[in-house]
Design a binder for this molecule. Structure first.
Ligand SMILES: O=C(O)CCC(=O)C(=O)O
Length: 303
């Protein structure tokens, strides 16, 4: 297993991350990490799901919301798909699966965060693992990650990695370019619908947060970057950047992905009441504390 990147990160890529809030680093992960990720996702979703701390069947959630009269995101081509696939999500996979843990803590992802942040120290925060099975209708509604985290600071990113070739049709990630610089904090949403969680009674309201605008319904008004990806690519986004994805319209390919979250020097712990509670987040730190502890291990240190 190589702990080095397959190639150097360029200054242009660092600038792109800072200016747009997202950069796709092509061909940076070696095949052994990609294979390990494919095995890890298979294990956590299909053979050992009971072990993970947080599991959502977002297709089931979408159906429940629709029954309750909530407008779930959808479109005609997605509704016309044949046998319906599921949109499944896990949070905290690294606490339950050794392979996810190895990728999170030992792969070159920590080094990538160090390069993009310009940070001397990098901590691992958590992961979200996502599967859109063949013919999955559900969108991932546009959102930012910041309101789901108990953190303050600029140096927080998600690294989206797939062991599959992901096309526009199979749910490639989409990002609202530059939105990390809007200076706003947005309410978290239910992922399959644009409604804020607090409106659905699923999170505490936070008066500092605004509802997200309807980006999906007004796509022409925004600069949306779509990033199809190949195995070996790592797409890094700022935690305040608005992002989402479409259905998996492909009938014979699962779209598997992991989003690994890292933080840099300027980040401290802050309890966030809007964040859905998660059993593996133990809240032993106080607001303003540095986040170094077993829950958020240091993965890069050049101090
Ligand atoms: O894969 C998706 O559809 C969503 C991923 C995401 O929200 C993230 O990486 O933070």
């Amino acid at each position: 297993m190589t702990h080095r990147l397959a190639r150097e990160i360029t200054q242009a890529e660092i600038d792109e991350y800072r200016d747009l809030g997202v950069v796709k680093l092509e061909c940076v992960l070696s095949q052994d990490w990609i294979n390990l990720l494919a095995e890890a996702l298979e294990e956590v979703f299909y053979t050992n799901r009971e072990a993970v701390p947080v599991f959502y069947d977002s297709t089931e959630t979408a159906d429940k919301l629709a029954e309750a009269g909530i407008a779930v995101l959808g479109d005609h081509p997605a509704e016309a798909l044949g046998k319906r696939g599921r949109f499944l999500t896990i949070v905290g996979g690294w606490t339950a699966n050794d392979k996810v843990r190895r990728i999170a803590l030992e792969s070159p992802l920590g080094f990538i965060a160090h390069k993009l942040f310009g940070s001397n120290k990098v901590n691992y925060y958590d992961d979200q693992l996502l599967i859109k099975e063949p013919s999955t209708r559900e969108y991932t509604a546009f959102h930012t990650d910041e309101p789901y985290y108990h953190l303050r600071g600029e140096q927080v990113c998600g690294m989206w990695v797939s062991p599959d070739t992901v096309t526009e049709d199979s749910g490639a990630m989409q990002y609202v370019s530059g939105s990390h610089l809007w200076g706003k904090s947005f309410k978290p949403n239910a992922f399959v619908a644009q409604n804020p969680l607090d409106q659905l009674g699923l999170a505490e309201p936070d008066e500092q947060q605004a509802p997200l605008p309807d980006i999906e319904g007004n796509r022409g008004d925004y600069d949306i970057i779509t990033h199809p990806s190949n195995p070996g690519d790592v797409i890094v986004h700022h935690s305040n950047l608005i992002h989402g994805s479409g259905p998996n319209y492909v009938s014979d390919k699962t779209r598997r992905a992991a989003s690994f979250r890292y933080t840099g020097d300027d980040v401290t712990y802050w309890f966030q009441k809007s964040a859905p509670p998660q059993p593996h987040h133990r809240h032993q730190l106080k607001d303003g504390d540095p986040i170094d502890c077993a829950q958020f291990p240091i993965v890069w240190d050049s101090r």
